[in-house]
Write a protein that binds this ligand. Structure first.
Ligand SMILES: [Zn+2]
Length: 194
């Protein structure tokens, strides 16, 4: 049996978590799926993933990717894993996803492919970015949102009410959690423009 890796990527407000939930719901009919999320993401409840429309599913909150590995070692019957906001994990997540697929099981992840500067999203304290994971995918769904200025398809996350600043080299992928007070979706033309 051969496992697969499916990536769901796009900017904020593109429906990534909703898409992940739909895949989870389908899998639940035929397998034993489980959802993981990074602990950093506590914008909503701790033991669930929640869409911007407030739809919820139960999820295991993990502070490190190694906790996902340990959980899967203890729960061998799990057939499919779903990882929300994968970009907020440490880079061991890459190896764990690869290992789970080698076990003949399936991995679905959702995440930001770019930070608000439009750069590839780097894993926590790492030189590796989301691109490493995207190369391993058997299929990717690249979602788009709507540009808040022109209404055209938007591939970028725009940080509102803040000076555009990309000379902070230490902070490769600035992690600012937020909602629609902090961010909005923009097309390429309107990204980081007033
Ligand atoms: Zn636009």
């Amino acid at each position: 049996m051969k496992g697969k890796i499916i990536g769901i990527i796009g900017p904020m407000f593109s429906g990534k978590t909703t898409t992940l939930m739909r895949e989870y719901d389908k899998t639940k009919l035929v397998g034993i799926p489980i959802i993981f999320k990074p602990k950093i993401d506590d914008r909503y409840g701790n033991d669930e993933i929640v869409t911007h429309d407030k739809e919820k599913r139960q999820a295991i909150n993990c502070s490190t990717s190694n906790r996902i590995f340990k959980y899967l070692c203890d729960n061998k019957l799990v057939t499919d894993i779903f990882i929300d906001e994968v970009q907020f994990f440490d880079d061991d997540i890459i190896e764990i996803i690869d290992w789970f697929r080698l076990e003949g099981k399936n991995v679905y992840f959702s995440g930001l492919n770019q930070d608000y500067l439009g750069k590839p999203f780097y894993f926590k304290n790492s030189n590796k970015n989301i691109g490493e994971l995207l190369c391993m995918c058997d299929d990717t769904k690249h979602l788009s949102a709507r540009c808040s200025i022109c209404g055209e398809p938007a591939s970028k996350t725009h940080l509102k009410n803040q000076e555009f600043n990309n000379d902070d080299e230490f902070n490769k992928s600035p992690v600012l959690l937020g909602n629609n007070d902090t961010y909005e979706a923009r097309c390429y033309k309107h990204h980081n423009k007033d």
